[in-house]
Design a protein around this ligand. Structure first.
Ligand code: NAD
Length: 448
């Protein structure tokens, strides 16, 4: 698993060629180290809306140092790690100049891998001029993501009225290196009627006492999901096909977890999972549908088994399992269901009509269940872009090189980037984060 181009650009000859030929020069992204503070630096807070007053206090509970806008511009030469702007007070298009007024003077005072977060009100919950103005924020944050540079990210967080107190886990995620490869995203908190954050005693172990089911857990992205959820305190129950039972068992023993070797497409798989989770663990708090396969072929050559197996593993199985766990009340109150979609399910891809259909269906599952779920249970999905795994190492060099550069970070992401995003959804403090599809794609140019 390597990015040879990135190694090349940091070599002596590489640096000269990058400079003289104007080649992309990817920044080495900072990633979260367990136990470290969430943000290594100061975050500037500004704006005049529903959250402006409370933002400093929310960041303080996360151990994040912040300063307000006025103090920030006063101290010359200081570099800031993050900028958070409360735009919920913007009610007309003319008010949008407050964005420029806040961000422009600070753009030259940013540290490496800086973070920008704009907070708004979900436009669909507003009418008239306010709706227009809030919708406009998307163009701002997505463009900022493409120009911030130096491994920086930019996001828009729409917070529904009443959900102001449920933003801590999201701000912690977006301001920290946990969101290294997430940029240009629009996140909604409280837009589907969930307004309260669940209690978290220890922010280093928010999943303490929780049980997390992870399918496809023996390798790749699933292995990292298992590791990160374990780091956050969860007991992980890993699932994988019987052929990979020994890898699965080794990993789950290392993580003090539990395992079930089964094919998720088996007719009785939902019942077996429901039975195991309720008998052995008294239910489940986090369900991550990570197992997935590709069987690429252009539609003209698509054999029936290629179509059926991809739809079966990637869409039918997660849907059947979710419905069975819900019907048998195996998912505990305030639980979290997470789907793994793909950028292909949003933008489409040559040779992947089957895969993209299945992954768009995963997004459909989120849309369909977000308003239906009871007992504070949430459903969200991640849509990974180019994530460097053994699978992508097998892609021909030229295709791989181009694929990796076509995003604002000019590099591929790592499995841990997907895992951290899932851990944010799973955090009990994210109980108002429902119905979201967040791309982990370095703000890929495709389907943007
Ligand atoms: P991977 O092939 O390394 O891992 C997938 C795991 O799922 C394997 O352990 C496999 O045995 C398991 N699995 C497959 N079919 C199963 C079944 N019927 N029952 C139980 N387990 C089964 O793939 P990965 O790259 O780690 O991908 C993980 C998820 O992320 C998939 O859903 C994939 O579609 C998605 N994804 C990956 C990328 C990427 O760039 N790697 C991009 C977008 C989406």
């Amino acid at each position: 698993m390597s990015d040879k181009y990135q190694s090349f650009t940091s070599s002596a000859i590489g640096k000269i060629l990058v400079k003289n030929l104007g080649l992309p020069n990817p920044t080495k992204l900072e990633r979260y180290v367990a136990g470290a503070p969430l943000v290594d630096g100061t975050v500037v807070v500004g704006g005049t809306g529903r959250l402006a007053e409370s933002l400093g206090g929310i960041l303080e509970t996360l151990g994040i140092v912040s300063t307000d806008h006025m103090n920030a511009t006063a101290s010359e030469g200081q570099k800031f790690k993050g900028l958070v702007f409360d735009a919920t007070g913007i009610t007309t298009a003319a008010d949008l100049n407050a964005l420029r007024d806040f961000f422009t003077p600070l753009m030259r005072s940013l540290a490496t891998c800086p973070r920008a977060v704009v907070i708004g009100t979900p436009p669909e919950l507003l009418k008239g001029e306010a709706r227009v103005a809030q919708r406009a924020l998307e163009g701002f944050t997505r463009s900022l993501g493409k120009e911030i540079g130096r491994g920086g990210t930019s996001q828009l967080v729409y917070v529904a009225e009443g959900a102001e107190g449920a933003t801590a886990s999201t701000l912690g995620f977006l301001l920290s290196p946990k969101s290294a490869y997430v940029s240009g995203q629009v996140i909604r908190i409280g837009a589907h009627g969930h307004h309260k954050a669940g209690a978290v005693k220890d922010w280093q172990a928010p999943l303490a006492g929780k049980v997390a089911l992870v399918t496809g857990a023996s390798r790749g992205i699933g292995e990292q999901i298992a590791r990160v959820l374990h780091r956050d305190g969860a007991t992980v129950v890993g699932v994988d096909i019987p052929a990979l039972a020994s890898d699965l068992q080794t990993l789950m023993k290392e993580l003090d977890g539990d395992w079930i070797a089964l094919d998720i497409t088996a007719k009785d798989a939902p019942q077996r999972l429901a039975h195991h989770l309720s008998e052995k663990h008294g239910g489940v708090d986090v369900v991550v549908h990570n197992a997935g396969i590709t069987r690429d072929k252009k539609l003209a050559n698509m054999a029936e088994d290629r179509w059926d197996s991809v739809i079966g593993v990637n869409l039918v199985a997660p849907e059947r399992i979710t419905r069975e766990l819900l019907a048998q009340k195996v998912i505990n109150a305030n639980g979290s269901v997470v789907g793994v979609a793909s950028i292909a399910g949003i933008a489409g891809n040559v040779g992947q009509t089957n895969y993209a259909t299945s992954k768009a269906g995963v997004i459909g599952l989120v849309d369909s269940l977000a308003d239906e779920l009871k007992n504070g249970i949430t459903i969200n999905a991640v849509a990974p872009g180019f994530i460097i795994t053994q699978m992508t190492d097998a892609v021909p060099l030229a295709t791989r090189e181009v694929g990796q550069r076509l995003n604002a970070m000019a590099q591929g992401g790592l499995p841990v980037d997907v895992a951290e995003t899932i851990a944010w959804y799973a955090n009990p403090a994210s109980a108002a984060v429902n119905g979201n599809v967040v791309r982990v794609c370095g703000q890929m140019m495709l389907g943007a």
